[in-house]
Design a protein around this ligand. Structure first.
Ligand SMILES: NC(=O)c1ccc[n+]([C@@H]2O[C@H](COP(=O)([O-])OP(=O)(O)OC[C@H]3O[C@@H](n4cnc5c(N)ncnc54)[C@H](OP(=O)(O)O)[C@@H]3O)[C@@H](O)[C@H]2O)c1
Length: 341
């Protein structure tokens, strides 16, 4: 007996990667539905190497009989349709920002707080965190367990795929326009993204932070520990896939760079690549299509007591979105929705 799984947002960056990940990991699905907007009716998407799924429209999709809904259709669409699916008995794992900070919705990174999944019964919804938060907490949880984190200062280098398909097209078009001397056209980004970096992701908040920076703080506190202080500067860079983060951490207890490296070598979901030499670290281009959160450039920070600095890199569409969501689904069926063999 397998599960009936609806992938909502199946034509998008995240949805496409969810379908790949379900297939690659052999998720025990009896039926998989590809669901998107009415504009995609009749299109086909790939599910694994040799299967094609016809896209169905979310507006008319009846979730009765579907066990799990893996949602990434944007926050406004999830706000309407995730509760509708949940009411029909489908457990929604939502990639958007819509429900993340709701107290009765668990916000899950399986390597960090898998046990909190149990709270899904309150609304039948589980939230997947922001891509930048996920890779940061996977890398920091094992260190927090040993030396207790007091404060995190992080600067992100986030790829354009984090803003969806249209944003990737904009980077491509602008890059081409520069080479052929055409005018630069901006739609998805507030400034030119080709050959530039933009310290502005999501809207500005009253305190001057952007919402992306706020998300990194409040989501880390919800997932890892409410006592941790976080200050983030989130920057969009002209990279197609893969987010990098320069993370500076202050601990309550002393923790050397060697000790941190040893702890992280055994940590779930983490790969340490940290050779103090040319090419001895991972960049976004190399982590594309890969599952681990890569940690390197680990070094002591002599400017604060008990400080460490590091470079953390991951594929934002995989661990930052699709893989994390599928891991939640795997944990859910293992611990809460087991079906007889
Ligand atoms: N990209 C990341 O790294 C990342 C990470 C974590 C979370 N997320 C979140 O995941 C969501 C999707 O991101 P994405 O990068 O996959 O965006 P995307 O490439 O723009 O894809 C959007 C998907 O949503 C569907 N959609 C849009 N409006 C819809 C509607 N009214 N009804 C049904 N489906 C609708 C689209 O279908 P059509 O093709 O039919 O329009 C498409 O399948 C966003 O909320 C984003 O914040 C993204």
């Amino acid at each position: 007996m397998g599960y009936n799984v609806a992938v909502v947002g199946a034509t998008g960056n995240v949805g496409t990667e969810i379908l790949n990940t379900l297939s690659e990991r052999g998720f025990p699905a009896d039926r998989v539905a590809a669901v998107a907007s009415t504009a995609s009716i009749g299109k086909e998407v790939s599910y694994g190497e040799d299967r094609r799924l016809k896209v169905e429209a979310l507006d008319h999709f009846d979730f009765t009989g579907w066990d799990i809904g893996l949602f990434s259709p944007g926050a406004k669409v999830s706000a309407i349709h995730a509760p509708r699916a949940a009411a029909a008995g489908c457990v929604v794992i939502d990639n958007t920002s819509q429900f993340r900070m709701d107290e009765d919705v668990p916000l899950i990174v399986p390597e960090v707080n898998a046990d909190a999944i149990a709270g899904y019964t309150q609304r039948n919804i589980i939230a997947n965190p922001n891509c930048s938060t996920i890779q940061m907490v996977v890398a920091l949880k094992p260190l927090h367990d040993v030396a207790r984190i007091r404060r995190i200062v992080v600067a992100t280098y986030q790829s354009v795929s984090g803003s969806g398909n249209a944003a990737m097209d904009e980077l491509f078009r602008q890059t081409r326009a520069i080479f052929v001397n055409d005018p630069i056209e901006k739609e998805k980004f507030p400034k030119q993204i080709a050959f530039n970096v933009i310290p502005h992701i999501d809207v500005f908040m009253d305190d001057g932070a952007t919402k992306e920076e706020w998300k990194m703080r409040v989501e880390t506190q919800k997932i890892l520990d409410p006592a941790i202080e976080v200050i983030a500067t989130c920057v969009r860079v002209p990279v197609f896939v893969g987010h990098g983060e320069a993370i500076h951490v202050e601990f309550e207890q002393p923790l050397s760079d060697d000790a941190a490296r040893e702890i992280l070598r055994d940590a779930p979901g983490v790969a340490v690549v940290d050779h103090r030499a040319d090419e001895g670290y991972v960049t976004p281009v190399e982590c594309t299509g890969e599952d681990p959160v890569y940690v390197g450039r680990i070094r002591n920070d002599p400017t604060v007591e008990n400080g460490l600095a590091m470079w953390v890199c991951a594929d934002n569409l995989r661990k930052g979105a699709a893989l994390n969501a599928v891991q939640i689904a795997e944990r859910l069926i293992e611990t809460h929705m087991k079906k007889a063999a």
